[in-house]
Ligand binder design. Structure first.
Ligand SMILES: NC(=O)c1ccc[n+]([C@@H]2O[C@H](COP(=O)([O-])OP(=O)(O)OC[C@H]3O[C@@H](n4cnc5c(N)ncnc54)[C@H](OP(=O)(O)O)[C@@H]3O)[C@@H](O)[C@H]2O)c1
Length: 344
């Protein structure tokens, strides 16, 4: 006799986006929870992360063909937080709250690879997708890749009110540095200086954006922590100090871009690189798990002292994921965007 399995939903890639991501690039499917085979456990997702990097994975030619494309029909991957509801794995028991790459679905089968128990010192379980998850860890690893934070050092952060930037600010401040953020809109500017540890902010949509940067960075920025790429680098070159480091975290402004048609900024970038002795370097948090214990300890301390306030934007229902993902590129909100897949 076969026992009936619980039914849930999952979101799959319908087709590779032509350029701008659309909700119709995804499909919602009903699925049965998979059978739990030996050494596996079944997770019921509670919160699913909406990550800009997913836009790269679902492209027809990710990073210009440097990565293999995700085949249509695949469940959208990515981090989620859930509860173990069945287990045949000695390391994970029913009732454990866990975070892992469980994907955009209600039920995920796991063998425990890359799965972490929720660290309650970081506050609510869903913080494991924000300050204590991929974005927070990216901010932490990035600052280490920049050589740490020296007292008085000036950091300019683009996409500063986003999930990564909103952790970078408090980390820079608590280590004695000075963070200046680039955002769009007055609301996010206020968020940065009033809640996210930034000393100053500049609104990239304001007519006096360059004056705002000039006032915020009288001595220039020692590090440009770049979350967006695109033409912003050429714009901020005059505000970099001599010997500055440009640290490429991500290319938010380029993930949806088609063939490059704008002005060629390369000559002015190279002039500044030579004239100011600027270094450009990228980093990845992948493969940096050895840094996780120190990362979680530092984040827990900042949360405990109130220096870091988790900012979560929570949407309700698995079916909201495609819209929420498209929204990252159109009308982004402060902090980390996640979707609650269970009833509130
Ligand atoms: N290196 C790594 O290991 C690693 C790991 C994870 C993520 N990342 C990267 O880190 C970056 C930030 O991720 P996140 O989770 O913080 O993203 P997020 O929460 O979506 O925030 C990104 C910010 O980028 C800005 N932005 C969006 N579209 C833009 C455009 N076309 N031009 C200029 N700015 C734009 C928005 O800020 P405003 O509109 O307010 O300016 C938004 O707040 C992404 O590029 C991501 O791929 C890197």
């Amino acid at each position: 006799m076969t026992t009936s399995r619980p039914k849930g939903q999952r979101i799959i890639l319908r087709r590779h986006p032509a350029q701008e991501l659309l909700p119709s690039d995804f499909d919602l499917e009903t699925q049965e929870a998979p059978e739990v085979t030996p050494r596996k456990f079944l997770v019921k997702n509670m919160f699913v992360s909406v990550d800009p990097m997913l836009r790269v994975y679902i492209d027809a030619a990710p990073l210009g063909g440097l990565m293999p494309p995700l085949p249509p029909g695949t469940t959208i991957p990515g981090p989620a937080v859930g509860e173990v509801i069945e287990s045949r794995n000695a390391d994970f028991a029913v009732g454990d709250l866990v975070e892992g790459r469980f994907g955009w679905q209600d039920y995920a089968l796991s063998d425990g690879t890359g799965v972490r128990r929720i660290n309650t010192a970081l506050g609510a379980p869903e913080n494991a997708l924000g300050i204590g998850g991929l974005p927070g860890f990216t901010a932490y690893v990035g600052l280490n890749a920049a050589g740490g934070v020296r007292p008085g050092q000036n950091f300019l952060v683009s996409g500063a009110a986003g999930a990564v930037g909103s952790v970078a600010g408090p980390l820079i401040k608590s280590r004695g540095g000075r963070a200046v953020g680039i955002v769009s809109g007055a609301e996010k500017k206020r968020y940065l200086t009033e809640q996210a540890g930034y000393a100053a902010a500049a609104d990239r949509t304001a007519p006096d954006f360059l004056d705002q940067l000039k006032t915020a960075l009288p001595d220039g920025a020692d590090v440009y922590f770049d979350n967006v790429g695109g033409p912003m680098l050429a714009t901020i070159l005059p505000f970099l100090a001599r010997n500055a480091l440009v640290l490429i975290s991500g290319l938010m402004a380029q993930y949806q871009a088609g063939p490059e048609t704008g002005p060629d900024h390369l000559p002015e970038v190279l002039r500044a690189v030579m004239g100011k002795n600027i270094r450009i370097q990228s980093f990845t948090q992948f493969g940096q798990d050895a840094q996780r214990p120190a990362f979680e300890a530092e984040i827990a301390e900042l949360v405990g002292s109130g220096a870091l306030k988790p900012e979560l934007h929570i949407e309700q229902g698995l079916e909201r994921l495609p819209e929420a993902m498209c929204g990252l590129f159109k009308n982004s909100v402060p902090g980390k965007v996640i979707v609650r897949t269970t009833q509130a």
